[in-house]
Write a protein that binds this ligand. Structure first.
Ligand code: GTP
Ligand code: MG
Length: 307
């Protein structure tokens, strides 16, 4: 990566930012770490398909832009290798910001990455921080592991629900009540939003007892497509940020993130290192010379017999 590319990205050149992120996605270990300032607020937005994550994200872009903050969005597309989704809907919806130089929107497919989402997202988020964004919004569909992963990558995790889709009990079952700092029931214009909010609050009350200094999880209602409730979400995100800093949790969360990031990078370095010998190792296992555990050890430690 040339110093010039990094300079252009820092100057806000959208194409250069895009190129930089592509390099990171293709091979995270080949891009030298950019000095992250730690200034950006990294906000994860997760929830079931169709609850309104992109609509809320778009509304948040608008809210932060009106505060004159620079906003980047990472939309993580968990598509299967079969559908090859292009996030067309998100692109269209966020299109109104296409010409705004202070908004950058990036779609990332999880397939094809070693370690899935975990491998590239923290690196990309760090790069967006380093080139000067104030807010980084990460949109992920909550399927399986991904919401747990997003919670690890973000300073603040916002869980989005909608009435009748992922109701409160469902959310509790899915483990969503452990990961959210802020819960937003979207589509509050529809019937049942209050009920869902109540269920979430009740389920929370059953959870582990909280200390006075702990964060008090918020449950808010929005109609994101009408812009209703957005100011309250922005306010809650701001309060959470203050709490993170004052409680020392921001540092702890970022520390955990750095550790995970190093781990992921180490794995990708290892992958590069062993991939050309892995067939030899497989031959040894098939011939009965080694068991898979021994073969793995030999690969990693570079023991003789595997070239
Ligand atoms: N009635 C109502 N519809 C909404 C609201 N917010 C979003 N929608 C609609 O819900 C549908 C899904 O919204 P998206 O923002 O694409 O949802 P998403 O969670 O990003 O969806 P995926 O990325 O596909 O998982 C769209 O048709 C939106 O217009 C709302 O507050 N009320
Ligand atoms: Mg979406």
């Amino acid at each position: 990566v040339s110093a010039e590319l990094i300079e252009l990205a820092k100057a806000g050149d959208t194409r250069s930012i895009g190129r930089l992120l592509s390099l990171i996605e293709d091979s995270p270990s080949s891009v030298p770490a950019l000095a992250a300032s730690g200034h950006a607020r990294v906000i994860g937005i997760t929830g079931a398909p169709g609850v309104g994550k992109s609509t809320l994200t778009t509304a948040l872009i608008g809210a932060y832009r009106s505060l004159d903050l620079q906003v980047a969005v990472i939309a993580v597309d968990p598509t299967s290798p079969f559908s090859g989704g292009a996030l067309l809907g998100d692109r269209i919806r966020m299109q109104e910001y296409a010409l705004d130089q202070k908004v950058f929107i990036r779609s990332m497919a999880t397939r094809g990455h070693l370690g899935g989402l975990a491998a590239a997202v923290p690196h990309v988020a760090r790069a967006l921080d380093a080139v000067g964004f104030d807010v980084v919004l990460i949109e992920t569909v909550g399927v399986g592991q991904s919401e747990v992963e997003i919670a690890a990558h973000a300073d603040t995790t916002l869980v989005l629900l909608a009435p009748g889709m992922g109701d409160g009990i469902q959310a509790a079952k899915a483990g969503l009540l452990e990961i959210g700092d802020i819960y937003v029931i979207n589509k509050a214009d529809r019937e049942g939003a209050e009920v869902t909010a109540k269920e979430i609050r009740q389920a929370m009350a059953l959870g582990p007892a909280r200390q006075p200094e702990d964060w008090r999880q918020r449950v808010l209602l929005t109609s994101a497509d009408r812009g209703q409730g957005i100011d309250e979400v922005v306010a809650a995100l701001g309060e959470h940020r203050v709490w993170l800093e004052e409680s020392g949790t921001l540092h702890a969360r970022r520390r955990r993130r750095t550790v995970m990031e190093i781990e992921q990078l180490a794995l990708s370095v290892l992958h590069e290192k062993v991939s050309d010998r892995i067939d030899v190792a497989a031959d040894r296992v098939e011939s009965g010379e080694m068991d898979p555990y021994q073969a793995a050890r030999a690969l990693v430690d570079g023991l003789p017999g595997l070239g």
